[in-house]
Design a protein around this ligand. Sequence first.
Ligand SMILES: Nc1ncnc2c1ncn2[C@@H]1O[C@H](COP(=O)(O)OP(=O)(O)OP(=O)(O)O)[C@@H](O)[C@H]1O
Length: 248
Amino acid sequence: MPILTTPEKTDTSVKREDTVSQQQDSQTGTMVELSSVSKTYTNGYNALLDVSIDIKKGEFLFITGPSGSGKSTFLKLLYGEESPTQGEVIVDGVNVANLKGDHLSFLRRRIGIVFQDYKLIAQRTVAENITFVLHAQGYTRKEIQRRLEPTLKLVGLSSKADRFPDQLSGGEQQRVSIARAIIATPPLLLADEPTGNLDPDNSWQVIEILEKLNTFGATVIVTTHDEQLVRWCNHPVVQVKNGRLYRK
Ligand SMILES: Nc1ncnc2c1ncn2[C@@H]1O[C@H](COP(=O)(O)OP(=O)(O)OP(=O)(O)O)[C@@H](O)[C@H]1O
């Protein structure tokens, strides 16, 4: 297991009492259910073929598979970025394929998403990047401040709240994007190749944060093609191969 070497370590002792109290009661049942799902893109490419899977609340699951195997497509179906050509996608009891407009926005508020390329706004500070969505969703200034400090602490960036993304390392930028994804305490966290641009120490740090969130109650689904990373962790793994899913 690699040793953390970044100067400001993540604070995994941070408690997020609101997260725990909201989520401990609802730790049973299914968070994600796909039934006979296929996805064919408009160019005729079959990305997923007759896929069925149940992911329980509170699970930490890795999705692995080679480039182009359908990992991102799988996640996109969960947050309604793509619709299945066939079959049903149920997330937290809601059929995603039927959602539009405000209903889809409402579901997405309950899903935190982390991308490989961070997707930070260059002209905004760390704090602004993290709280941007909360402002847009009408949270009060006081509530935003109440959430910001523990979230920054959790990702080890308390001293860098006023920096801009280009003043941060790649690992720090990814931790900003995780903070942005979790500040609204979503019960489901999706991370699409979150360590794809990071060295082993930073990758491990990202995984440690995701694991901590999982212990707070979030269901976490992480795609990666990094087999070594998967071996380090003792979490269930699903492999995507030729558009089909296999539990390992
Ligand atoms: N919008 C699209 N239109 C057509 N084909 C697409 C589209 N998006 C993805 N594909 C194809 O579907 C397949 C699965 O893509 P996907 O991005 O899900 O793979 P992946 O496993 O996440 O790959 P990577 O590890 O490289 O990110 C690929 O062959 C890809 O070219």
